[in-house]
Design a protein around this ligand. Structure first.
Ligand code: NAP
Length: 533
């Protein structure tokens, strides 16, 4: 069993005991009381252990190991000793390897409090020997793990270090997998989330989570709510397939809540994580290659977003190996947003953005994709989103005009797909069947902006807009942009960017799981997150 452990910084007895009750309600199995700044009176520690709502770990972390305790070692030892004097014992006491190795006196005293294999059993309390590095992976990490493994008194090995990249997580999994002793191996920081969530998949003794976002005790610690619900703690096991969103930054991506809720609803044994990878191709290549080369991870694929959409194409082309493929239209667009790892290990890169845009519009027009032939489509913008949209509509025979602030970019994009370009000002006199905004004009916080001047009742564009015309805004924050509100008021069929977002995700979901995505769940989760963001 992997214990979900709430980390509690103790400021007072009542605050800590209350926090443990809350942790139990939120689904924690264990609490770690960090008594660094709690008290000078050892009896307080005894009482804390006696009254705890959950089994506990007692830790008094000194400043030299990243904690807040700055008193003398004698007092610290006395606090730890008193954790074990009551009728109820702590499940574990955590002590730094460095302190343990340095002082024979400390080793002798602590051996009286914890379970000592060399003595008749006098305590159930296990000793966790720990080592932390808040800067990097320590050069002597393996030596430390060996020392912990060889110390008879040590029941649990704990190492934690600042992850420099997603690759660090793999070493944490490897250490856990050695199974010499129960092990906690955690990576700190944004890149270390996988080690915390997947601790259960790899059979670690425990993972830590904070009760809420403000009370964590280490960088990158998720909350109990996040780990339980968002990252599907109760469903995780050794066979869980791992997916994620690769980008930089990815901290605010809506994809993890959407896909994880989809896995829940469709009963898929999967988990979906944010995967930050710095911009350069070499980072992308090294990280994705090592994740793919770790079969126990069951890495099934990823959504790929800015700035890696071109990197994904190149990676699958150059490193994919036998049987790997890039979707032809993704190649023409020059960007892919989806990586699928097939059962035989070959890779497939494709672009679900263009298909999502096509299907959102076809549903709005109540036609099949073939019915787009001959439709006049005005695409506003000439960036990444516009590129996918133009490619998709041109492929199905629509007549596309690209309107862009920088006309040269519009010309370049239009020419690549055999279409036409125009100045942004020309929109005012356009008469397309479909308008697609692929610029950020109208996006939060600039919500009173619109790329089409529809408010002027006398304008040519206002007279053109009405029933039969579709207006699609790729922006999804806010869901109802000014453009969509005004177009709807003019009688147009309107489509929000959330439809593109959920559909590109749904196509990925189908590719990875073979199951239809629960679109309503996707929509609800996305709307909920947009409302609270
Ligand atoms: P991008 O590559 O940076 O392109 C932005 C485009 O917007 C460029 O053509 C740029 O014109 C134009 N633009 C930017 N600010 C402008 C302004 N103030 N006035 C006129 N034109 C302006 O961005 P992108 O990745 O294509 O994303 C564009 C939009 O698509 C975003 O709002 C994003 O929310 C949306 N999107 C939605 C989804 C979805 O799933 N719903 C997916 C992807 C993107 P210049 O060439 O003149 O700079």
């Amino acid at each position: 069993m992997t214990y979900l452990t709430a980390a509690i910084a103790v400021h007072s007895l009542e605050q800590a005991l209350g926090a443990a009750v809350r942790a139990a309600e939120l689904g924690a199995d264990l609490v770690e009381y960090r008594i660094d700044t709690f008290t000078d009176d050892p009896n307080d520690v005894t009482e804390l252990v006696q009254r705890s709502a959950l089994p506990c770990i007692i830790t008094c972390r000194p400043t030299w190991e990243g904690g807040a305790y700055d008193g003398d070692e004698q007092t610290r030892l006395s606090l730890l000793e008193h954790a074990g004097v009551g009728a109820r014992k702590p499940a574990y006491i955590d002590l730094e390897l460095a302190a343990f190795e340095k002082s024979a006196n400390l080793r002798q005293k602590i051996s009286l409090v914890v379970d000592d294999p060399d003595r008749p059993r006098q305590s159930d309390t296990g000793l966790i020997l720990s080592s932390h590095d808040f800067e990097q992976r320590p050069a002597d990490l393996l030596r430390k793990v060996k020392d912990m493994a060889e110390a008879p008194l040590c029941r649990v090995i704990k190492v934690a270090w600042q992850a420099r990249s997603l690759r660090d997580n793999l070493e944490a999994f490897e250490l856990i997998g050695q199974q010499v002793k129960p092990t906690i191996a955690l990576c700190m920081g944004e890149c270390g989330l996988a080690s915390r969530v997947l601790a259960k998949k790899f059979g670690a003794l425990l993972t830590f989570a904070s009760i809420d976002g403000d009370t964590g005790t280490a960088p990158g610690q998720p909350t109990l709510g996040e780990i339980k619900k968002l990252y599907r703690w109760d469903s995780l096991n050794a066979d869980t397939r791992v997916f994620g969103v690769i980008g930089y930054p990815v901290g605010h991506s809506m994809s993890p809540p959407v896909h994880n809720a989809g896995f829940d609803a469709a009963e898929v044994n999967g988990v979906y994580l944010p995967m930050p990878i710095p911009t350069e191709y070499e980072h992308f290549k090294a990280t994705v290659a090592t994740w793919l080369a770790t079969p126990e991870l069951h890495f099934g694929g990823a959504s790929v977003t800015i700035p890696h959409k071109e990197n994904l194409l190149r990676f699958v082309r150059e490193e994919g190996g036998a049987g790997s493929e890039v979707e032809a239209l993704a190649e023409r667009i020059g960007a892919a947003n989806t990586l699928q790892v097939r059962e035989d290990g070959s890779l497939y890169a494709c672009n679900t953005d263009y298909a999502a845009a096509l299907d959102a519009v076809c549903d709005g027009l109540k036609i099949q994709r073939d019915g787009l032939a001959g439709k006049q489509v005005a695409v506003i913008g000439a960036g990444g989103a516009a590129r996918a949209v133009v490619a998709g509509f041109a492929h199905y025979g629509a007549t596309v005009t690209v309107y862009n602030r920088t006309v040269d970019r519009a010309i370049e994009l239009a020419e690549q797909f055999g279409e036409t370009a125009a100045k942004l000002d020309d929109l005012a006199s356009s008469n397309a069947d479909v308008y697609i905004n692929c610029t950020p004009i109208g996006m939060h916080p600039d919500v009173e902006a619109s790329p089409l001047d529809i408010s002027n009742q006398q304008s040519a564009i206002r007279n053109h807009l009405g029933p039969g015309v579709v207006v699609f805004d790729t922006i999804y924050n806010p869901i109802q942009t000014k453009l969509l509100r005004e177009a709807a008021a003019a009688g147009c069929e309107t489509i929000p960017g959330t439809e593109m977002f959920v559909r590109q995700g749904a196509a990925q979901f189908k590719l990875w799981t073979g199951k239809d995505a629960p679109l309503e769940v996707f929509r609800d989760v996305l709307a909920g997150h947009l409302k609270s963001s």
